[in-house]
Ligand binder design. Structure first.
Ligand code: GTP
Ligand code: MG
Length: 213
C-alpha cells in the first residue's frame, strides 16, 4: 500500500518463501499508544521520540525460530485514529491473533480496551510506555485484572526502553501454536476463534499436521 507511511517503513523485506508457517498478526489500540514504535522496536530495534501517526495500515515482516520451526510473522500496524477504522478493520480477516495495546499514561486508551476487544480476536494485552512511571495513571493491577477478566495474556512493556517487546511477540507465537495444536487434537478442522468467527487455521501457508510448537 503506497502511503505516507512508506517513508517511515522504507523497503519491505524481500519475499522469502523459506519458512514453515506464516502468522498474520495485527496490533490495535488507540492512537499514540505506541503501536508503530512497538513494531519498529521489535523488527528494527529502533525507536524515535517523534510522533508520526500512522495513515491507514502497513506491515513489517520478521522471521523467527521457535521450537525448531521457522515462523514468518507478518505484523500489521494499524492506525488508531477513528477515521481509518473502516480501512483497518478490512485487514482483520485471516489474522491469527491481535495484540491490543494501551498506554499506561493515558486513561482513555485503557478505557477503550473493551471496545477494541469487541471487534477483534485478541490474544494479548499490552500496557505500553512502562518507562514513564511518573506519569502512570493505569496501575499494573488494573491491566492484569482486565486481561484476566477478558481472558488473555498481559504484559506491561516499553518500546522506548525495549522492555517486554520480544517477549510479547514470542508469547503470542506460542499461544497461536498452542491453539493450532489444540485444534488438531480436537480433530475439528473448522474451529473458529472468538465471536467474530476468525478462522484460527486459515492463515498457515502449509500443512501444520506436524506442528511441534
Ligand atoms: P497511531 O499510528 O496514531 O495509531 O499511533 P501509534 O499507536 O502507532 O503510536 P506511535 O508508535 O506513533 O507512538 C506515539 C508516541 O509515543 C511517539 O511520540 C512515540 O515516540 C511515543 N512512544 C511510543 N512508545 C513509547 C514508550 O514505550 N515509551 C515512551 N516514553 N514513549 C513511547
Ligand atoms: Mg502508528
Amino acid at each position: 500500500m503506497a502511503s505516507a507511511n512508506d517513508a517511515r517503513y522504507g523497503q519491505k523485506e524481500s519475499t522469502d518463501q523459506n519458512f514453515d508457517y506464516m502468522f498474520k498478526i495485527l496490533i490495535i489500540g488507540n492512537s499514540s499508544v505506541g503501536k508503530t514504535s512497538f513494531l519498529f522496536r521489535y523488527a528494527d530495534d529502533s525507536f524515535t521520540p517523534a510522533f508520526v501517526s500512522t495513515v491507514g495500515i502497513d506491515f513489517k515482516v520478521k522471521t523467527i525460530y521457535r521450537n525448531d520451526k521457522r515462523i514468518k510473522l507478518q505484523i500489521w500496524d494499524t492506525a488508531g485514529q477513528e477515521r481509518y477504522r473502516t480501512i483497518t478493520t478490512a485487514y482483520y480477516r485471516g489474522a491469527m491473533g491481535f495484540i491490543l495495546m494501551y498506554d499506561i499514561t493515558n486513561e482513555d486508551s485503557f478505557n477503550a480496551v473493551q471496545d477494541w476487544y469487541d471487534s477483534a480476536y485478541v490474544l494479548l494485552l499490552v500496557g505500553n510506555k512502562c518507562d514513564m512511571e511518573d506519569d502512570r495513571v493505569v496501575a499494573s493491577e488494573r491491566g492484569r485484572q482486565l486481561s484476566e477478566q477478558l481472558g488473555f495474556m498481559f504484559f506491561e512493556a516499553s518500546a522506548k526502553d525495549n522492555i517486554n517487546v520480544k517477549q510479547t511477540f514470542e508469547r503470542l507465537v506460542d499461544i497461536i501454536c498452542e491453539r493450532m495444536t489444540e485444534n488438531l487434537e480436537s480433530a475439528d478442522p473448522s474451529i473458529t476463534g472468538h465471536k467474530q468467527g476468525h478462522q484460527l487455521n486459515e492463515q498457515p501457508q502449509r500443512s501444520h499436521k506436524d506442528c511441534a510448537c
